[in-house]
Design a protein around this ligand. Structure first.
Ligand SMILES: Nc1ncnc2c1ncn2[C@@H]1O[C@H](COP(=O)(O)OP(=O)(O)OP(=O)(O)O)[C@@H](O)[C@H]1O
Length: 491
């Protein structure tokens, strides 16, 4: 069922055209977002829907009824509005402010306050978390609390359609999450239709079923956030470099901007060299690198300045390896939130560092190789349940360049394939199956990029970067295996 229908709506302030032929409809129970830069006409559109401005061109209907047919009171029984800046009426308590929301439901010359009115007010106050402040004068509330009080007034109206202009403007993060979760819940449970102006693109993407993107009063896009909120569209509409990424937990895109200084950052791989502690080999970068890793500490995508490959004995108790590694990093003064931490049983003095400086890019690799846990991945299922033991190939790949997420994944593939080839050429076998080993059961890999300079969309072996990377990883791994064998021979 269509709750709001907007057809070919245009608006002028004097000579200035601020809305131009905007058409969309919103279904009952939808959470609908309106996005656009300052001055693109969002507030004007809400004011036309809420009858605050007269409609001169086009048609608007709420629940099938044209606006022109609805009296102010009839409108208020269908819809409620939370404006961008609500007026602060002095002398009103929170309770009285919220009670005003019941006006549209009261009848006769001397309306009485019913149990229904009271319940609606109490529920609205509870929904915005102001139940404890009902007897506080409005002017003594903080900006965010006052906004919640006005929202409670709109909710007490028990509308079918709720219009909100930047509803989370003054709210802290917990207030934002609570409010938006409640709106989403009311939309699902009660079929409340919400039309809201948002400035935060990620918030709009996370909560809205569909969005309307306005540019200079015209529709630039209309549809589900994942479909229409492309970086190209947002770059164009907002004239700013927008980056789109997947949310880690929800199947929704998130958006961020790239600040100017970040775009102009100088490459930082030059001069990077491993340094040695008694029991660790460390790589430190001057500026944070974007990293995709499988490491014990700092797994997944991170920004990191330090890579610590720590030696532990063969008898190391692995049960709380991550916690132990974090404590180790803290005790040694590493910035834990910006450190990639790995463990190995091999002697870290045998770490191999290889660097290739090309004209277009530089790549460097650090490898420590131990094969006490060598495994053939294709036959690992034949093993007894594997208990992680420290006997491992750890690798850090550093690339001077900007990698897309696809390029990060391909760099991981290229590095893994090159490592496996080195194991084959050094005749490393899985001791349980007697077949060629593809790695060890606890290998770690970190691919790090400066995210400056040239952009690499791919890093597979068909690319210049992939070829350089494959060769470097192969050579470094083969040499690290030779050093490991040499030291074992010495024992
Ligand atoms: N009462 C008015 N008289 C004249 N021009 C106005 C009036 N109200 C708004 N405008 C102009 O109309 C354009 C659209 O304004 P509107 O408030 O709808 O934009 P918006 O998209 O909501 O912007 P913001 O993101 O800044 O809130 C702006 O250029 C604004 O200056």
């Amino acid at each position: 069922m269509t709750m709001l229908d907007v057809r070919a709506v245009s608006h002028r302030y004097g000579q200035k055209q601020v809305l131009d032929g905007v058409t969309f409809s919103v279904e009952k129970g939808e959470l609908f977002g309106i996005l656009g830069p300052n001055g693109s006409g969002k507030t004007t559109l809400l004011k036309l829907i809420s009858k605050e401005l007269p409609l001169a061109s086009g048609e608007i209907a709420i629940s099938g009824r044209p606006l022109s047919e609805l009296s102010a009171k009839q409108w208020a029984r269908l819809a409620a509005v939370l404006p961008q800046t609500a007026e602060t009426a002095h002398g009103y308590m929170v309770r009285e402010t919220v009670a005003l929301g019941r006006y549209a439901h009261q009848h006769g010359l001397f309306p009485t306050w019913t149990a229904e009115d009271e319940t609606a007010v109490q529920e609205a106050l509870a929904a915005v978390g102001l139940a404890g402040k009902i007897d506080v004068p409005l002017e003594r509330l903080s900006g965010g609390e006052r906004q919640r009080a006005y929202l409670a007034r709109a909710l007490a109206q028990e509308p079918q359609l709720l219009l909100l202009d930047e509803p989370t403007n003054h709210m802290d993060i917990s207030g934002q999450v609570r409010l938006l979760d409640q709106l989403a819940q009311a939309a699902r449970a009660r079929g409340l239709t919400v039309v809201a102006v948002f400035h935060d693109m990620s918030v709009a993407s996370l909560y809205c079923d569909r969005v309307l993107v306005l540019k200079e009063g015209k529709t630039a896009a209309l549809g589900a956030p994942a479909d229409v909120m492309t970086p190209e569209l947002l770059n164009d509409v907002f004239a700013a470099p927008v980056v789109r990424q997947a949310h880690p937990a929800a199947a929704k895109p998130m958006f961020s901007f790239v600040p100017q200084h970040q775009r102009e950052k100088a490459p930082s791989i030059g001069g990077m060299r491993p340094s040695f502690l008694d029991d660790a080999v460390v790589l430190a970068a001057r500026t944070p690198l974007r990293v995709l890793s499988s490491a014990l500490v700092g797994g997944g995508f991170q920004w990191a300045t330090h890579f610590v490959n720590r030696h532990v004995g063969l008898d190391y108790d692995c049960r709380d390896a991550e916690g132990d590694m974090r404590r180790y990093l803290e005790q040694h003064g590493f910035p834990v939130a910006r450190t990639i931490g790995m463990m190995t049983a091999v002697d870290v003095r045998d770490a191999v560092w290889r660097q290739k400086d090309g004209e277009a890019f530089s790549v460097a690799v650090m490898v420590t190789a131990g094969v006490g846990n060598a495994v053939d991945a294709a036959r690992a299922w034949q093993h007894q349940p594997i208990v992680a033991k420290p006997g491992t190939i750890n690798m850090v790949v550093v690339i001077d360049g900007t990698l897309t997420e696809a390029a990060f994944v391909q760099a991981v593939m290229t590095a893994t394939e090159a490592k496996t080839k080195a194991l084959a050429d050094r005749s490393v076998y899985d001791p349980e199956t007697g077949t060629a080993a593809t790695g060890t059961s606890t290998d770690s890999l970190a691919v790090a990029a400066t995210q400056t300079g040239r952009t690499f969309a791919y890093a597979g072996t068909a690319t210049e970067l992939g070829r350089a990377l494959g060769r470097l990883v192969y050579e470094a791994t083969a040499e690290a295996l030779d050093r490991y064998e040499w030291r074992r021979g010495k024992r």
